[in-house]
Design a binder for this molecule. Structure first.
Ligand code: ADP
Length: 457
C-alpha cells in the first residue's frame, strides 16, 4: 500500500503542538509495518535532504511557482518538501509578535493545491490529509482518489474569506461556511473516511458543546467518522534511554527517577517531600492553565506545589506570573517551550495536571505516565480514553479525572491524587500501571491501516 501523508508539522523537524508528534509517530509505525509512505511537508526552512530530486509541480497560476524536493532524512526515510510562494518562514503559522501571518490563507491554500499535484506525480493508493492546512487538498484531488482526513483539533479550522471558494475545483460549496471558506467543513464532507484522535472526542464533536460549529457537518458523516487514539513514539519517549535526561530509569527500577525529582526540585529552588504537580502546556484557553492557577489558594492546605512550563498567550502568562508572586512557595513558572525541561518534569514530578476544557487526544498525559508522573486531568476527550481513574478502578487505575471542568473539579481531583500519593503501595500501583501500558503507535497504526483499506475499497 502506498499512502501520501500530508501535514503542516512533522516532529522533530517542525512541531508546534500534538499534530507534529502524532503524524511523525503514525508515519514511523506505518513505515515499520512496510507501508510505502510519501510524507509531504511545507518547505519552511530549506532543510537538506539526502539524494534530492527536484520536481516542478503543475499548479494553478495563483498557487505557483511550486516545486517539490523528494529525498531522505538522515534516518533514511523518505520525505517530500513542497515549496510554494510565501511558505518559507521562521515559524509555520506565527510572526514575531505571536500573531498569525497575514498571508496564511494564501500560503496554505497554495500548499494544499500543491499536495494534490504531488499526488498526481506519485500516484499513491490513498491520500491521508491532516488538519485544516491540507483540508482543501481534497477539493483539488480527482474524485477517484481515495482519501482519509484526520481532525487533530476541531478548534482550528483555517476559516477565511469566501473568495477562496472560487479556486477550489471540486465541490466548493462544501467548503462554503456562512459566506466564508472553511477548509475543515469541506474536508469533512469530501473525505471517504474522517478520523479524529480519540473515540471519546469522536462522540463529543457531534454535540454543539464540543462541535466548534461543525457538529452538523460531522453528524452528516457520522457513519464514516472514526476515533483512533494517538500513540506516542515510545523510542523517543523512553525514560530508560532519553538523551535529554541526565539519569535514566524504568518501571522496575525507579532509583534514577528519585534523582531526577531532586534535580527538578533543586532547579526550582524547592525542598521537601510535598508533591510537585507539573503542567506542560501551550498557554491557550483550551488548556485551562487559569483553572490550575485558581487552585493556588488550596495548595498549602493540600501540601502540594504547582510547576508550570508553558508558552503562548501573554495574558495567561501574566496570570501565572502573578500567582508566582502571590504564592512563591507553591507556584513556579518556567516560561517557554523547552523539550528538556518538559521531559524533566515528566520524569521528576509526582503528578501532571491537564485541566483542559477540551482535549482531542492529548499527548502530555501519555508522556507523563510513561515517565512515571501520575496524570490529574479533566474528564474530556482523549483524556477519558487514556486515563483510568484510580478511585474508580483501584486495580487498573492510572490517574485521576475531574468530572467537572471547573476549579472545584480540579481541586477535588488534586485532593484525591495527593491522598493516593500518601500510600506508597497505591502510588506504586498507579505509577506502574501507567508506565507499563503500551502507548506505542503499533495498535493505532494498525487501526489506520484498516481505515485506509476501507477507504480504498
Ligand atoms: P496540543 O497539541 O494541543 O498542544 P498535546 O498534549 O496533544 O497538546 O501535545 C503537546 C505536545 O507539545 C506534547 O508533546 C508536549 O509535551 C509538548 N509541549 C507542550 N507545551 C510544551 C512546552 N512549553 N515545552 C515543551 N514541550 C511542550
Amino acid at each position: 500500500m502506498h499512502v501520501l501523508l500530508a501535514t503542516a508539522e512533522l516532529s522533530p523537524l517542525v512541531k508546534v503542538g500534538g499534530l507534529g508528534d502524532a503524524v511523525a509517530g503514525l508515519r514511523s509505525a506505518l513505515l515499520a509495518a512496510g507501508v510505502e509512505v510519501t510524507t509531504v511537508l511545507p518547505d519552511y526552512s530549506g532543510w537538506k535532504l539526502g539524494g534530492e530530486r527536484l520536481v516542478k509541480l503543475d499548479v494553478p497560476a495563483w498557487a505557483g511557482p511550486a516545486s517539490a524536493r523528494f529525498g531522505t532524512l538522515p534516518d533514511g526515510t523518505p520525505l517530500t518538501l513542497v515549496k510554494v510562494p510565501g511558505i518559507a518562514r521562521s515559524h509555520p503559522y506565527l510572526d514575531e509578535d505571536g500573531q498569525g501571518w497575514t498571508d496564511n490563507p494564501a500560503r496554505f491554500m497554495a500548499f494544499a493545491a500543491a499536495v494534490a499535484s504531488v499526488a498526481e506525480v506519485t500516484d499513491p493508493d490513498l491520500v491521508h490529509a491532516n488538519d485544516w492546512h491540507v483540508g482543501p487538498t481534497l477539493g483539488f484531488l480527482p474524485e477517484s482518489m481515495p482519501t482519509v482526513f484526520t481532525i487533530h483539533n476541531l478548534a482550528y479550522q483555517g476559516r477565511t474569506d469566501g473568495t477562496w471558494l472560487e479556486v477550489i475545483p471540486r465541490r466548493p460549496e462544501a467548503f462554503e461556511w456562512w459566506g466564508d471558506t472553511n477548509p475543515l467543513s469541506g474536508a469533512i464532507a469530501l473525505a471517504d473516511k474522517v478520523v479524529t484522535v480519540s473515540p471519546n472526542y469522536a462522540r463529543e464533536i457531534l454535540t454543539s458543546e464540543f462541535g466548534a460549529g461543525l457538529d452538523g457537518p460531522l453528524e452528516a458523516r457520522a457513519p464514516d467518522l472514526v476515533g483512533i487514539t494517538n500513540g506516542i513514539d515510545t523510542d523517543v519517549w523512553d525514560p530508560a534511554t532519553d538523551p535529554l535526561l541526565p539519569t535514566h530509569f524504568h518501571a522496575e527500577d525507579l532509583h534514577g527517577r528519585r534523582e531526577l525529582r531532586s534535580e527538578l526540585l533543586s532547579r526550582v529552588g524547592w525542598r521537601g517531600a510535598d508533591p510537585v504537580i507539573g503542567v506542560v502546556t501551550r498557554l491557550t484557553h483550551q488548556k485551562g492553565v487559569d483553572l490550575a492557577m485558581a487552585t493556588a489558594p488550596y495548595l498549602e492546605g493540600m501540601g502540594a506545589r504547582l510547576l508550570v512550563l508553558g508558552s503562548g498567550d501573554r495574558a495567561l502568562a501574566d496570570q501565572v506570573r502573578s500567582h508566582v508572586e502571590q504564592y512563591p512557595d507553591r507556584v513556579h513558572f518556567w516560561e517557554g517551550y523547552d523539550e528538556a525541561s518538559a521531559r524533566l518534569i515528566f520524569a521528576g514530578a509526582d503528578l501532571l495536571a491537564m485541566p483542559s476544557r477540551f482535549e482531542p487526544c492529548g499527548l502530555n498525559q501519555m508522556q507523563a505516565m510513561r515517565y512515571g508522573s501520575i496524570p490529574v486531568a479533566t474528564a474530556v476527550g482523549g483524556l477519558v480514553d487514556t486515563i483510568v481513574d484510580a478511585d474508580v478502578d483501584s486495580v487498573h487505575g492510572t490517574g485521576f479525572l475531574a468530572k467537572d471542568v471547573t476549579v472545584a473539579g480540579m481541586v477535588d481531583a488534586f485532593h484525591r491524587s495527593v491522598r493516593a500519593l500518601r500510600s506508597p503501595k497505591r502510588r506504586a500501583t498507579i505509577m506502574h500501571n501507567g508506565m507499563t501500558t503500551d502507548w506505542s503507535w503499533t495498535v493505532p497504526a494498525a487501526r489506520y491501516r484498516e481505515i485506509y483499506e476501507a477507504a480504498i475499497s
